[in-house]
Design a protein around this ligand. Structure first.
Ligand code: FMN
Length: 187
């Protein structure tokens, strides 16, 4: 599987880092990574690391301004893409077909090729424009996956809450994992 991962400048870059860690150890998964300039800032601010420490987890790293990158072309065979976390800025541009950076262009290509696009939007509360854009994307087949962990597995740490969301993303691409126990009716 070849999965494009986009990181934008929303809170919650920890989800992206954890996803990339899991994918790094997965067999047969190649990851193409694109990080927006604001995404780089949030990585440093929230995780206290340089974006390079996230980039080393990917198979390939692309410059956000490189519109000639492989993944800007529909001729590349990619299986899907996830944008985690996704800002309302990137969400709005995506909903309106604006492709003025590589992350947006790659998303646009994924959609035109009818491949799976998962968006993990991060904002709260949501205004009317946010909601309209989310609906527009859903109507175009995009999977909207809010980073909203459940509590039925009795999480004790932030890492467990993060893993819950990452598990949902992996499930969307049918990637096997054991991050979170699946729900079973108590005996
Ligand atoms: C510390 C910090 C946290 C932010 N968190 C969010 C957020 O959770 N959601 C959001 O939509 N924008 C957030 N923003 C604003 C975006 O970074 C800003 O709109 C930026 O233009 C997004 O650019 P991008 O979509 O290219 O990454 C945050 C900005 C900063 C500085």
């Amino acid at each position: 599987m070849r999965l494009i991962t986009g990181i934008t400048g929303a809170s919650g870059v920890v989800y992206a880092k954890r996803l990339l860690e899991v994918l790094h150890h997965a067999t047969d998964v190649e990851v193409d990574l694109i990080i927006t300039p604001c995404g780089r800032y949030i990585i440093e601010h929230e995780l206290g690391i340089s974006s390079r420490e996230v980039e080393v987890l990917a198979t390939r790293v692309w410059d956000i301004a490189d519109m000639a990158a492989d993944i800007a072309s529909g001729s590349q065979l990619c299986d899907g893409m996830v944008i985690v976390p996704c800002t309302m800025n990137t969400l709005a541009k995506l909903a309106h077909g604006i492709a003025d950076n590589l992350l947006l262009r790659a998303s646009d290509v994924i959609l035109k090729n009818d491949k799976k696009l998962v968006v993990v939007p991060r904002e709260s509360p949501l205004n009317e424009t946010h909601l309209e854009n989310l609906l527009k994307l859903r109507q175009r087949g995009v999977t909207i996956l809010p980073p909203a962990p459940a509590f039925y597995h009795h999480p004790k740490t932030i890492a467990e809450l993060v893993d819950f969301v990452v598990a949902l993303i992996l499930d969307q691409f049918n990637l096997p994992h054991t991050l979170v126990p699946r729900w079973r009716k108590p005996e």
